[in-house]
Design a protein around this ligand. Structure first.
Ligand SMILES: CC(C)(COP(=O)(O)OP(=O)(O)OC[C@H]1O[C@@H](n2cnc3c(N)ncnc32)[C@H](O)[C@@H]1OP(=O)(O)O)[C@@H](O)C(=O)NCCC(=O)NCCS
Length: 437
């Protein structure tokens, strides 16, 4: 084994440089010294969509995309899903260690006592149009919490941060449930502190006139497992948004809203809703081969397939398939599952998908379970945002405590016009202002 050094020769100057290699990376700033002369800015890297750039050092989530491995703080996702509750995992993601019984009790107690929304926030939600998309309502209401808790801007104060973390984890299920009730025109249901995190969420979603809501334990546990699977996923689009917005020292409410906005896109958390729409478009199993042909022709994407990092089966999809069987024992089998299984079978045997290493991701099966549980597709991404709030906050906190991090501000390669003079408005030709001048 040689030295952990990369030797580069700049053919423009014939100068050779030594760049240290650490953790399989070189520091982009080490390239800045590579110049053609004193006036030269120095070499940069160009990496649209961050295909090969590490933006931080993180100790939260580990993914090996080739092997299909996902771990939070070193613990395999399979063990966490089987043995822990979502709030236990949220504590782990945020604090680095699994809680003791006393620490968990304390954490659950704090989160439970921050589930209520200020009445003015409830009124704020009432202002949305009757058919507003739940994700738009969710994003806006999370951002609006920033006006209720102005002290949240003291992001360098660990005690303030801790309080806002309790508030966010406590309130996101309430906001999510209210967006759902709003879309149905039902009155909002206040949180019930006797219930677990997911049971209380189900209570706020589905309680009608009964004095005390009784959640189905199997469904509550399945939802808890789904929350565990969605708690964090290292530097994805929304985590990156959280870190980027948080790096300007914006408060955690607006930063979380920005992260949720990133999540809402169909290429990210919006994919679970798109999977259901896609299955509806396909209609029957017989139509699957023709749909696969359209995918291969580049007309449509197979939603819920493919991942920037996983080039193997997404481990979360495997656990979701397992949870689906438990859910269907209670709800009856969702017919869409048979279509999804057939779609997966055909796709995994097809050269197009094999060559590109396209496998089902977490969104492929989650929507089918959610639908069986009684959720409308419009709320699926909100269901993703609830547990991911814990991950976003862990990423945000880690970023703030990292002495190497500063305001996130990428460079660009400028490809626009050189300097030119403004032409009077009556002399412009609308195409190239300099041409008529
Ligand atoms: C997740 C996703 C955005 C990752 O994108 P990416 O890392 O930029 O990968 P690319 O778009 O470069 O895809 C590589 C190749 O696979 C193809 N591909 C990727 N996902 C595909 C899909 N779902 N259906 C069909 N083809 C797909 C691309 O067209 C491309 O083919 P090409 O090499 O012939 O051009 C992408 O796989 C996707 O759009 N999936 C569907 C949406 C989804 O399920 N998102 C949830 C992610 S958890």
């Amino acid at each position: 084994m040689g030295k952990d050094v990369l030797t580069l020769i700049d053919q423009r100057t014939e100068i050779s440089y030594e760049v240290p290699i650490q953790n399989g990376t070189i520091r982009a700033m080490d390239l800045r010294k590579i110049k053609t002369g004193p006036e030269d800015f120095g070499l940069m890297t160009y990496d649209p969509a961050f295909m090969n750039t590490a933006s931080c050092r993180s100790a939260i989530t580990f993914i090996d995309g080739d092997k299909g491995i996902l771990r939070y703080r070193g613990y395999p996702i399979e063990q966490l899903a089987e043995q822990c509750s979502f709030l236990e995992v949220a504590y782990l993601v945020l604090n680095g260690e699994l809680p003791t019984a006393a620490q968990l009790h304390d954490f659950v107690n704090h989160v439970t006592h921050h589930t209520m929304l200020h009445e003015t926030t409830k009124k704020f939600l009432e202002g949305f149009r009757y058919n507003a998309h739940p994700m738009g309502m969710f994003i806006s209401t999370v951002a609006a919490l920033s006006t209720v808790y102005p002290e949240a801007r003291h992001v360098h104060d660990p005690e303030v941060r801790k309080l806002e973390i309790y508030r966010l984890i406590g309130k996101v299920p309430t906001i999510a449930a209210y967006t759902y009730r709003h879309s149905l025109g039902y009155p909002y249901v206040y949180p019930d502190n006797d219930l677990s995190y997911t049971e209380n969420f189900m209570n706020m979603l589905w309680k009608m006139v009964e004095p005390k809501y009784q959640a189905n334990k199997v469904l509550a546990r399945a939802l808890d497992i789904l929350f565990i699977l969605h708690a964090d996923h290292e530097q994805n689009c929304s985590a990156n948004a959280m870190r980027a917005v948080g790096s300007s020292l914006a408060d955690p409410f607006v930063a979380t809203a920005a992260a949720a906005a990133a999540l809402s896109g169909p290429l990210h958390g919006g994919a679970n809703e798109e999977v259901l729409k896609m299955l509806e478009v396909i209609g029957t199993k017989e139509n699957i081969p023709a749909y696969i042909q359209r995918v291969k022709a580049g007309e449509v994407k197979l939603m819920g397939f493919g991942h920037r990092i996983y080039k193997n089966y997404d481990p979360r999809a495997r656990i979701i398939k397992w949870a689906a069987d438990r859910v269907f024992e209670v709800t009856g089998r969702n017919k869409k599952l048979d279509m999804a299984l057939e779609l997966e079978r055909i796709a995994l045997e097809d050269e197009y998908f094999i060559k590109r290493k396209l496998y089902p991701n977490v969104d492929f099966y989650s929507g089918i379970i959610y639908q069986a549980m009684g959720f409308n597709p419009e709320i699926f991404t909100v269901l993703f945002a609830i547990p991911r709030t814990a991950g976003w906050l862990a990423q945000w906190q880690e970023m703030l405590e990292d002495p190497e991090q500063k305001i996130a501000r990428p460079r660009q390669v400028y490809i626009g016009s050189g300097v030119r003079d403004v032409v009077a408005i009556d002399k412009r030709n609308g195409k190239n202002s300099t041409a008529s001048g």
